[in-house]
Structures are given as C-alpha cells and as structure tokens.
Write a protein that binds this ligand. Sequence first.
Ligand SMILES: [Zn+2]
Length: 388
Amino acid sequence: MPVTRTEVIELLSAMVEIDSVTPWLIPDGAGEGRVAQYIADWLTAADIGAEIEIVEVEPGRPNLLARLRGTGGGPTLCVNAHADTVGYANWPAEALRPRLDGDRLYGLGSADDKAGCVAGMLAMASIAKSGVKLRGDLLLACVADEEGCSIGSQHLVEMGLDIDAAIVIEPQETDELIVEHQGFGWIDVITHGVPAHGCVPEIGVDAIVHLAEVITRMHKLDNTVFIPGASAMNGRTVFHTGTISGGTDYATYPGRAVLGIEIGTQPGEHLSDRVAEIEAIFAEVAKTEPGFKGEVRVHLDREPFQARGHERLQEILTEAMTQVLGRSPKVTGMNGWTDAALMQAAGIPTLLIGSTGGNYHAPDEWASIGELVKLCDIVERAAVGYLA
Ligand SMILES: [Zn+2]
C-alpha cells in the first residue's frame, strides 16, 4: 500500500506542532527530546517491529534511531533527516500551528526537515506492512542539531554502526539528486590598530579604517572571482558578511575591529584556500596602510560534500525517482551545506534527495504534500531496491 496524502498530512501536522528548536541557535530552544519521543511512540504504535533507540547526544538532545531488521546477509541503508528546526521569533503565533492550504502545509519545519523525518517514518512503516522480505537493515536516523553544528549526525557516525550507504533528506526539488555541495566556514577577520587619544594621530592606528580596506577587497574578490567563476553544479561560492564590531568610544582611535563572515568552498577546495585569499588581501592592504595588522580566526570549518562509492545507490535511486516522477532525476549539486558531508566524510557512500517546499528558515515555511507523497514512494522503492 503506497503512502497516502492523508497519512502524510496527519503525521507532518503532528510533527510541526512539536517545538524542536535547536538550542545551539536559540539558547532556550526546546531541543529534540519531545520530537524524538513522539517518533519513537509513533513507530511503536505502528507495530512494525522496528528496534527503536533514543540516543542522548547531549542532555535533552537525542537522536532517534529506528532499525527495521532484514533477514540477514544484506547491507544497511541509513535514511538521515534532522528533527530540529531554527527559531520562530518572526512568526510566533503561527509557526507551531500547521495550516493546510491546497497542496501546501504551512508551519515551522514543515519542509526543513520534518518532511524528511516523515518520509523516513512512513516509508519504513509501508515497507514493513507490505510484507516484502529484505535481506538488509533499514536504519532511520532522525538526528539532532543539523541547524546548529550537527552534533546529531556527528554522534551517529561516531557510533561506528555498520552503515553501507546513506540517503540524507533535506528540502529541495523532488526531481533533484544531489551528488555534491559546497562546504563553508564561519570566520572572524580581525584588524589590530593602536588605541590612542583622538588628538594624537601620530600614535593612533585606526583598526576600523583598516578593516574597511579589507572588506572592500573581499567584496571585489566576490565580484571578480566567485561570481564569474560560479560552479555549474554548486553555484557561486558563498560569501557574505555577517557581523561587525570595533572601537570603544567617539574620542579614541579604535584598537580592534572584527568582521564575521560566512564563506564557501567548492568540492576540491578547503577553507585554508579561503584563508590564504584573505591573507593575500592583508598583504595588499599592508602595502598602503602603515601599521596594518590583520588576523584570521576560523570558528567553524565544514568541508564540502562529494559523493564517493555511491554508484549502486545512485543507480537504484535513479530508477526509483524515474518510476515515481516519470522522468529521470537531475543529477546536480547545491550551494548549501548538509549533514551529507559528515556521512560521506565517515566513509559512507551518501546521496541527498528531498521534496519541494519554500520559505525555509522564514515565516510561512511550507511543504508540498503532493511532492512529499512522491518522496515517501521514492524512499520506499530505493530502500527495497537496495536492501533486497
Ligand atoms: Zn535542513
């Protein structure tokens, strides 16, 4: 029995109602405890014989793992989706109240990424109820903290479970099969000046003016290198400023200025390549700005994703997507970052799929119910194909 529209609406609505904001972004966020328990209870009530485990990653921050055991001798396929969401300060009254309007279900996390959890849950239940005998195990991982710093998927790969391949689910066009994506870094670019009384320019070195020189050149790097050199698979290399601070008061030369940026890396590149570019900018600014002193501090370094060893999974997923969608998928990349990078980095052949939605991380986030029904079907067929 294929998964129905009614099943999808009911389960996705229930999942949206559960607050699971990652405390990494919003310090008093609810965390993933309640949503993990809900998924465990739902799978238990479905009575499909899944082995369910709530694995505490940090206090109140569990991963939910559910294993549908095969008859033996087959591989293990992991379906990974994240159970956490971003915050909802911009739409507090509506975020946790799912609203159906035509094909769209509105609500926080409806697309990102509770749709992914729902696809994994319903596909697992549907496989079990269909009575098909599979040799391998289907492992559903509804992980914590993807919107934060991915402690959930990090913990999952560190458990050393014998996973042969992974399908990571994040919202995107349903006909896209993602085989790579950009990495990124969060970096502080710091200039050090010399604080001094405003009336002694012979002593004061203006850290903010120096930082301005750096920012202008980084903007130029974006315009002349990143934008024209955009990757056909993953788009232009991500770059934007995020935060800025510096100085102490009107009357004093600023001794320090700090710019926070987000910057991307294409597959084959590393964050050290971006750091080298920023350091080259420092060298250029130093030629014209006496007393210039720059520093780069890397706060977060996430390597790009590039699938490896995924040929069999891709063949099976392509067939499943073609059967469900009536056309072969578009094999592509993207400019965002997902836990697929962590799964692949752990040596697990990984591919990324999803279903259509919109307004991610913003008010009126929505998921297409029709597309999510198709995604459930794709996941079920791919799992059956891979684990047969
Ligand atoms: Zn997501």
